[in-house]
Design a protein around this ligand. Structure first.
Ligand code: SF4
Length: 377
């Protein structure tokens, strides 16, 4: 099982596609080291996320507790405070670190609302390389505003010898946002194709399956069904800053329990969890986030390996590329069927004076997540 621990909703970026920064948590409300000690071991990918996890003053203690519980421990960061991660990488060089990077300097800083973000992320990533990090990379959220720079960021990661993780716009309670829509779905989808080809042309097996994950992103961008059914609640779960355990980070009706009040085993076997499993089996949303798609792609028998469907796609298209043939994207993707969506202009918060407001004593799901409905189609 994969697990994401959303350690805080405090954030020092001001992203246009994620409003966590407008909804900070009070540090005293945030999931504690003691609570996380209750988790069992044996997770596959355990992602320590946020908000911005480096704002937790007890970050090293969180990592000390979580690291032994997972096959792969990951920290998702905006990269603005790399100095907080250096001691962690010195102690655990194989922790996977992903810094958000949305394109060149102007584009990244506009999308993420970071006055000096681009420079800090690049310098920070080099510093983590110098201290011996072995699984480092950037993470880019594909959207209309940065699609032209997708290949440039990929080439930058190749030059630096690091990874590129991609995701795309979603509506989700985790992001406090339910109006993320593409302006031109087909344009964005078509321009993501070269990344798939480039990843499959190389000789990193990990990238071959990332190519398939990106194929799923194209389906998501166009509003098509998921390539592989969702396994929320059973294959992955989320813990939010109030220690609530969720089947996924999108639907606000999939709470399974609370880790402060219950044991992990009680939560997974609870009536609430069973209701979640039933709802997930009928869920028609077309989410395809890295945290949730990679779990769905994983074999049910040997978790280190992918399912047959991605393996067949990868082998067939890798052979085609080796024979100097192109991937026939139109064979896999129905570009004639592009879902329509409302137009909602995103706004850069780079130069805004808007400051996050801390709402004290938020109690219960309704106050934690006042937006109720999060639709991805
Ligand atoms: S498909 Fe449904 S259950 Fe799965 S992550 Fe999306 S909203 Fe959640």
């Amino acid at each position: 099982m994969d697990l994401t621990v959303i350690s805080t909703y405090r954030c020092n970026s001001k992203c246009q596609m994620c409003y966590i920064w407008k909804n900070p948590t009070h540090p005293k409300d945030e999931v504690s080291v003691e609570t996380l000690k209750k988790l069992p071991g044996g997770f596959d990918n355990l992602n320590l996320s946020g908000g911005e996890p480096t704002l937790r003053t007890d970050l090293m203690s969180l990592v000390d507790v979580l690291y032994p519980k997972a096959r792969i421990m990951e920290i998702s960061s905006n990269g603005l405070r790399p100095e907080k991660l250096i001691p962690i990488i010195k102690k655990y060089p194989d922790i996977k670190i992903r810094f958000s990077l949305e394109g060149d300097e102007l584009t990244n800083n506009a999308i993420r609302g970071e006055s000096d973000g681009y420079k800090k992320k690049l310098e920070g990533m080099r510093a983590l390389q110098e201290v011996g990090g072995t699984d480092l990379g950037f993470a880019l959220v594909i959207q209309d505003e940065n699609i032209e720079q997708l290949m440039d960021v990929y080439e930058l990661t190749q030059k630096m010898g690091i990874e590129l993780a991609t995701s795309t716009l979603h509506n989700a309670w985790q992001f406090y946002k339910n109006d993320n829509y593409f302006y031109e779905r087909e344009v964005v989808a078509r321009k993501a194709e070269p990344l798939i080809t480039a990843m499959l042309r190389g000789w990193k097996i990990k990238n071959w399956f990332r190519a398939y994950l990106n194929l799923g992103l194209i389906e998501k961008i166009l509003g098509h069904d998921r390539l592989i059914p969702c396994v929320a609640g059973k294959g992955f779960a989320f813990i939010d800053p109030w220690s609530d355990v969720w089947g996924c980070n999108v639907r606000s009706d999939l709470k399974m329990g609370n880790l402060t009040e219950q044991s992990w085993e009680e939560i997974l076997e609870s009536k609430e969890a069973n209701n979640v499993y039933k709802k997930v089996s009928k869920c028609s949303q077309n989410c395809w986030m890295v945290t949730t798609a990679r779990t769905a792609m994983r074999s049910n028998i040997i978790h280190q390996f992918p399912k047959m469907k991605p393996i067949v796609w990868v082998v067939f298209n890798k052979i085609k590329l080796m024979l100097n043939m192109d991937i026939d994207f139109d064979r896999y993707i129905n570009y004639k069927n592009v879902k329509s969506s409302p137009f909602k202009q995103r706004q850069s918060y780079l130069d805004t004076k808007e400051k996050p407001v801390l709402i004290k004593n938020r109690k219960g799901v309704d106050e934690h997540y006042p937006l109720k409905s999060f639709i991805n189609e």
